[in-house]
Design a protein around this ligand. Structure first.
Ligand code: FRU
Length: 501
């Protein structure tokens, strides 16, 4: 049942007696709780926020509405980890409800300064006519994880020429100066990114828009992130209002990036190549990156999309975050690989291995089954029309990842995965694999899949493409079948089990 506005904008202490216990009881019996992904204790999770490294821990916060699975009053919930693999729930970091964040502590970022972690976020407020007034706010977290809000907003106004859709500050330091990008909408309802500068994180000077060659690309750009790596500038953002085009832009909202010369911080000109989607799956939005102490650029995203219902809604919780991915650049594309730390999930396991030529058939192998695992599969010497894997499979359910040799496309099909998802987001995603990539020349397809109780992340050909999706099979659907149709192919695979009871 949909909540009323009054119910949606309640703070956690305004919950009815027993309301949270009821959500917890529903969640305890939900078969889709994840084994190794970050998920909310109750209610709804959305964007990752404040991804950073501070005092020996990776800190990862997320947007959280504790009292239901709709987008209600948002908190920042805090998790931390010393290895990017095992995350500990710390608790609420930023509570909304103050004069400048009365209707939500919206997305933002974190940066260390003078031994403290500075959290810069959008305070969402609504007036009596329900018109938004966004403020960019600062909260400071100390060594004990205690968060104190700075009394006043650090940016109180939306610059002239832009609407109230103005949010999601992402801060970085360049020499002695701080810069920040903010997602915005122009008065003509096109999206863009704003650039600000500050010496102290408290006083910000508006510089203007980042000038791209995409003056009219969707109606709003959410969650911008600017970073530099390998001598290049990268602008990541989540544009809304892009129409599907061949295999691209099939999710209701997109997330992607532009790579180019480092942003000119004086002229704000960004010379870049074309927009690429970050992920080819169904559920991926609002990514945020951080710079690790050993110099890596790591990305985490929300494994969900706004404005869609999900099958766990009836069980009192919704959504999770993706695994952390390490970025690198190849040509004009970002390559995304699971962070090497993920191998720690394997523990003592050597992995169960199998190898076989599969000829016009579908085969299963001893030990290859499960509901939470990592599976590596290399397919070579492939002269079949169609090769692939059915997983989370039973007589009635299966999710299929397959490569179609004729049109050189990789396809993810969740039309029979289990509980149905919103039709608005479709059931099949496909993408052409880069023709001149080394793997194609050698006719090899490498799939590295992280399957959890209700999700799959498929890294294709060492991170050339990633398909990230929620799936909602029954726990009995644990089968894995490897197939080659219209020819034969050599398969080599390894599985590690990650079921944590
Ligand atoms: C993206 C987003 C952000 C906003 C936050 C609110 O999913 O809409 O733009 O800050 O979610 O939860």
């Amino acid at each position: 049942m949909k909540m009323t506005r009054e119910q949606l904008y309640r703070r956690i202490e305004q919950a009815e007696p027993g309301e949270i216990a009821k959500l917890e009881a529903q969640i305890a019996t939900c078969s889709w709780r994840q084994s190794y992904h970050i998920q909310p204790v109750t209610g709804l999770l959305n964007d990752p926020n404040g991804f950073s490294y501070y005092q020996g821990y990776y800190h990862l916060f997320y947007q959280w509405f504790p009292l239901g699975t709709e987008h209600g009053l948002k908190y920042w919930y805090h998790t931390r980890s010393n290895n990017l693999v095992n995350w500990e729930n710390v608790g609420i970091a930023i509570e909304p409800g103050g004069p400048y964040d009365s209707h939500g502590a919206y997305s933002g970022s974190a940066i260390e300064k003078d031994g403290k972690l500075n959290l810069i976020y959008t305070g969402n407020t609504r007036d009596k006519n329900w018109i938004r007034h966004p403020y960019q706010c600062l909260a400071i977290m100390d060594e004990e994880n205690v968060v104190t809000k700075f009394e006043h907003p650090v940016i109180s106004d939306v610059p002239a020429g832009y609407t109230e859709h103005f949010r999601d500050p992402k801060v970085w330091q360049h020499d002695d100066v701080y810069y920040c990008v903010i997602g915005a909408q122009r008065m003509d309802e096109t999206g863009c990114t704003m650039l600000y500068r500050s010496a102290d994180l408290k006083h910000w000077q508006f510089l203007g828009e980042i000038m791209t060659t995409l003056p009219s690309f969707g109606y709003m750009w959410e969650c911008p992130d600017y970073l530099e790596m390998e001598g290049q500038g990268v602008l990541i953002f989540s544009p809304q209002g892009i129409q599907p085009e061949a295999e691209r832009y099939h999710n209701i909202y997109q997330s992607g990036y532009l790579i180019g010369e480092p942003l000119d911080l004086e002229s704000r000109e960004f010379k870049h190549g074309k927009f690429h989607e970050l992920d080819r799956g169904f559920d991926f939005y609002a990514p945020q990156t951080m710079h690790s102490p050993d110099g890596r650029r790591i990305l985490v995203a929300w494994m969900g999309l706004p404005d869609l219902a999900y099958p766990t809604d009836d069980s009192g919780w919704a959504h999770c975050l993706t695994l952390p991915r390490q970025l690198s650049i190849q040509g004009d594309k970002l390559i995304q690989q699971p962070v090497p730390e993920m191998a720690q999930l394997r523990g003592e396991q050597q992995g169960i291995q199998a190898q076989s030529t599969i000829n016009n058939e579908s085969r299963s192998f001893a030990g290859f089954h499960g509901i939470a695992y990592e599976l590596e599969c290399e397919i070579s010497q492939n002269d079949a029309n169609l090769v692939g894997i059915e997983f989370r499979a039973s007589d009635t359910e299966k999710t299929i990842v397959q490569y179609n040799q004729l049109d050189r496309k990789l396809i993810l099909d969740r039309s029979h995965s289990g509980a149905a998802l919103s039709e608005a987001n479709g059931t099949i995603r496909s993408c052409s694999l880069d023709v001149d990539s080394e793997a194609e020349v050698h006719n090899v397809i490498k799939l590295r899949m992280f399957v959890d109780s209700s999700s799959v992340e498929i890294f294709v050909n060492d991170g050339q493409e990633v398909f990230t999706s929620r799936i909602f099979p029954s726990r009995d659907s644990a089968g894995i079948q490897f197939f080659a149709h219209g020819g034969k192919a050599d398969f080599k695979m390894v599985i590690w089990k990650y079921e944590m009871e």
